[in-house]
Design a protein around this ligand. Structure first.
Ligand SMILES: Nc1ncnc2c1ncn2[C@@H]1O[C@H](COP(=O)(O)OP(=O)(O)OP(=O)(O)O)[C@@H](O)[C@H]1O
Ligand SMILES: [Mg+2]
Length: 373
């Protein structure tokens, strides 16, 4: 059982706190992604699992063993970095076999393990080449091979695809996800790319920098759809999804049924009605995703509210178009169908609709999602 448990873990670098009160249970065989903006502590959290950073407070366990004071080489974890860190003078075969030779495994066993990994990764025909004669994607596969042959309890990845071009990143992320499912090895994967997080993870942990959230970095843990459909705070709401969720401060009317901002009026969604009692007459942050803004004549929703705005930018992507429009001081984005519609032009006023039951409501001070039935 290679579960990983952070229990109230904190990390300071020379008294500067970077991770605070992190509690997280990564299940055996799970693919967990750490995602968050630059500097939020993703790599630091990963390096604590590897044993490359000391833990300032709390306990970290792998399997059923507390590893706070266990040496990195005794933790049975394999780590893959953004820089492949291959030995340039060694062949692919020797690069993959390196760790096994150090551990003095019998040569026949090493050969079998290397051949197995190479065939799994499509590297068989490159085994005698040097790394410089490989493409970036092939080099990253060699780094993966080196991790696989060790048959570790835990795989750790720190932005392994950042050096690859966009197309290859898509191929490799599918490959890594498939490999992990086949090998069933507990995996923690760090990325700042929320699309990578959404497509690869069984679950995702969203981290924020302590400067923004001093009480703790962990903003939410959940499956990709849990984070997308029910973000528990504004940080997650804005971080997950491209383009980002639109957020507008709106006043709750005295009866708790309507939200208002200038001439925009939205109904309070049924799921929030019971919980909105304390907010009558107050302002809440109202979020709606760009795909929940539609063309007035083309939407397919049963309950909608109209919204008007001054168009500033129209991005046509083919199958869809992004309409950037202004509502008072707020810039909003609508994602509408790219074909068969007369798209608005910059400078025009556009009449769109909002899917009325697709709203997310947050407290503007605590930034937490309002209680929902
Ligand atoms: N050895 C160190 N000494 C002092 N501060 C450090 C050290 N390592 C990291 N930090 C600081 O800790 C914070 C978190 O760093 P970390 O590398 O974990 O961020 P990250 O989320 O991985 O960011 P990125 O996406 O840019 O890789 C940063 O503010 C960084 O400057
Ligand atoms: Mg990092």
């Amino acid at each position: 059982m290679a579960q990983i448990i952070f229990d109230a873990v904190s990390k300071r670098f020379n008294d500067v706190p970077v991770i605070e009160n992190l509690s997280l249970h990564i299940r055996d065989q799970e693919f967990m992604v750490f995602v968050g903006p630059s500097g939020c502590g993703k790599s630091t959290a990963l390096r604590m699992i590897a044993g490359l950073e000391e833990i300032s407070a709390g306990t970290l366990s792998i399997g059923d063993r507390v590893v706070n004071d266990v040496h990195p080489k005794d933790r049975d974890v394999a780590m893959v970095f953004q820089s492949y860190a291959l030995y340039p003078h060694m062949s692919v075969r020797d690069n993959i076999a390196f760790g096994l030779k150090i551990r003095k495994l019998p040569p026949a066993e090493i050969d079998a393990l290397v051949n197995d990994a190479a065939s799994m990764l499509g590297l068989t025909e490159f085994l005698d080449r040097k790394p410089r004669a490989l493409s970036g994607g092939q080099r990253q596969r060699v780094a993966l091979g080196r991790a696989i042959v060790r048959k570790p309890k835990v795989f750790l990845f720190d932005e392994p695809l950042s050096n690859l071009d966009a197309e290859l990143r898509v191929v490799m992320r599918a490959e890594i996800a498939r490999l992990q499912r086949r090998l069933k090895i507990t995996t923690v994967y760090v990325t700042h790319d929320q699309v990578e997080a959404m497509t690869m993870g069984d679950r995702i942990a969203v981290l924020a920098p302590l400067k923004r959230h001093p009480a703790g970095n962990l903003m939410q843990v959940g499956t990709p759809l849990e984070l997308y459909d029910r973000p528990q705070n504004l940080f997650v709401a804005r971080f997950i999804g491209t383009p980002s969720m639109n957020v507008v401060p709106m006043e709750v009317d005295a009866s708790g049924t309507q939200l208002r901002h200038q001439d925009l009026v939205l109904p309070v969604p049924a799921s929030f009605r019971a919980g909105i009692g304390n907010y009558h007459g107050r302002t809440v942050s109202v979020g709606f995703r760009p795909e929940h803004v539609g063309h007035a004549e083309e939407h397919q929703w049963t309950s909608v509210a109209p919204i008007r705005g001054a168009v500033e930018i129209v991005e046509t992507l083919g199958h869809e178009a992004m309409i950037h429009f202004r509502l008072g001081e707020h810039m909003l984005i609508g994602k509408i169908r790219g074909h068969g519609l007369t798209l608005p032009r910059p400078g025009e006023t556009v009449e769109l609709v909002i899917k009325a039951d697709g709203l997310h409501l947050f407290d503007p001070q605590s930034e937490k999602r309002l209680p929902e039935a």
